[in-house]
Design a protein around this ligand. Structure first.
Ligand code: MN
Length: 464
């Protein structure tokens, strides 16, 4: 993919918000001016980063203030621009959004860990005043993850872990499925390259065969819907790499994953959804226990669809998901789809939905007032949000929570930083183990270094 330019952003705006092109262009040059002389680790001028963030937001049809805040999002953190200047040049809402994604400076909190906790708390609490803050942050994180190859290994792992623990669950919570699955796969790539590679290849094979596997079903459904004059669109969907990995971890064989390969059928009305379901069940055997009606009972994150698994020719089980075109937008973007539906004027509707539909957000204020320390706050929130985790112990018996699928080597990078040459080996539950071992709940891990065998002293010696 070639690099995103200002023109690409403008072209997106033309689709849904052409009146705002001038002010967005002004914001771009404002940001470019102040980031002058700053570069990304990739060697590109810094402005490419905020531009990519704004571009992602424009794909979501974000409102003007959000797009502009995306362009300006790193100015308060990295340049001499002040909040007052942004207010003056643009407006107070944009200044507030930028402030919402700005990290607390080193001058205010010196300790890196403490600063991280404080930043996460600030970000999460920001959601309750304006959900757009977290959407900008998700777009920011997405671009940072896409360009993570330029960072050091320990930074890659730190970011991948944080993404899995905080940003993936938040994306899931607001129903932003496309964002969630991409963030998941990139994080998985850095946390467990070997397994990633394995499942990447498996998925590729399925992808290559998917046409063959779904062809009959696809053609027949197309014909049936055309005959009945139901306007529709059909596409074949394959589960993401981390999703496949997770299903296999639970003991499933690849081919038995019921939603590995899905046929997504979009129609205009709810009535047509049920009609399509009927057609499908008349023509194929369905598997009873796999039927779900998320149209009459939507998921907490607003997702709606009919799910059914049918036995396609050659005995393949294929999931069909039937939904309206509007439900499809929500399936991809969740809450973010409101921007499109309400033509930009969606902030209040998003905010209201968050408070009404997601118990988590109502609990936030309580967690906030209960938590005396930032660390406590972050741990409570993580516990509520994040379910894909394992708890392991270090040789001092202290528990550490890690994303599911973390290897011994990633654990070492995460807890010790880059210890490079002094690393000799690792023991899991008192057995010498390979660095590729995937950690399980309850494992106790000892790291062997050449400093002082594998005693706890060595960890004291080396750990910064
Ligand atoms: Mn940024």
């Amino acid at each position: 993919m070639s690099a995103i330019t200002l023109n690409d952003l403008i072209n997106n705006l033309k689709i849904y918000n052409s009146e705002e092109i001038d002010i967005v262009t002004k914001a771009y040059f404002f940001a470019e001016h102040y980031h002058q002389g700053q570069y990304r680790q990739s060697g590109e001028p810094y402005i490419t980063h905020p531009l990519n963030v704004a571009y992602t937001l424009s794909l979501m049809h974000a409102d003007r203030d959000t797009i502009i805040a995306g362009l300006l999002h790193d100015l308060l953190e990295d340049t001499k621009v002040t909040k007052e200047e942004i207010e003056h040049e643009f407006n107070p809402t944009i200044a507030k959004l930028v402030l919402g994604v700005t990290k607390i400076s080193k001058q205010i909190i010196e300790s890196k860990d403490e600063r991280n906790y404080a930043n996460t708390r600030k970000l999460i609490m920001g959601i309750s005043s304006d959900v757009r803050i977290i959407i900008i942050k998700l777009a920011d994180r997405l671009h940072n993850m896409r360009t993570l190859e330029y960072k050091t290994i320990s930074k890659q792992i730190e970011n991948a872990r944080e993404t899995m623990e905080i940003f993936v669950p938040i994306a899931h919570l607001i129903g932003a499925y496309e964002l969630k699955t991409e963030l998941e796969d990139i994080s998985f790539y850095y946390l467990n390259p070997k397994e990633y590679d394995k499942y990447f290849k498996e998925r590729k094979t399925i992808q290559d065969n998917s046409e063959m596997l779904t062809k009959e079903l696809l053609i027949k459904m197309e014909r049936l819907l055309k005959d009945r004059k139901v306007p529709f669109a059909i596409k074949v969907k394959i589960k993401n790499i981390y999703g496949i990995y997770k299903s296999c971890l639970n003991g499933a064989s690849l081919m038995s994953i019921h939603d590995l390969l899905a046929l997504e059928i979009m129609v205009e009305t709810v009535r047509d959804c049920y009609k399509t379901l009927g057609l499908l069940h008349q023509n194929y055997h369905s598997i009873d226990y796999d039927f779900r009606d998320y149209i009459s009972l939507p998921k907490a994150n607003m997702y709606q669809s009919l799910h059914t698994s049918v036995i396609a020719p050659s005995n393949r089980v294929i999931q069909a998901r039937i939904r309206t075109f509007e439900m499809d937008k929500i399936a991809k973007f969740g809450l973010i789809a409101y921007w499109d539906k309400l033509k930009g004027d969606a902030k209040d509707a998003m905010q209201l939905d968050l408070e009404n539909k997601f118990p988590f957000f109502r609990e936030l204020a309580e967690i906030d007032s209960d938590s005396t320390s930032n660390e406590d706050f972050v741990n409570q929130v993580k516990g509520k949000l994040f379910s894909d985790k394992v708890t392991v112990y270090n040789s001092n018996g202290e528990s550490i929570e890690l994303p599911l699928g973390t290897t011994a080597l990633q654990y070492i990078y995460y807890t010790w930083g880059d210890i490079g040459n002094s690393l000799v080996g690792v023991m899991i539950n008192n057995k010498t183990s390979s660095f590729d071992s995937i950690l399980k709940n309850g494992d106790t891990i000892k790291v062997l270094t050449d400093a002082l065998s594998f005693s706890d002293k060595s960890s004291v010696l080396i750990k910064k």
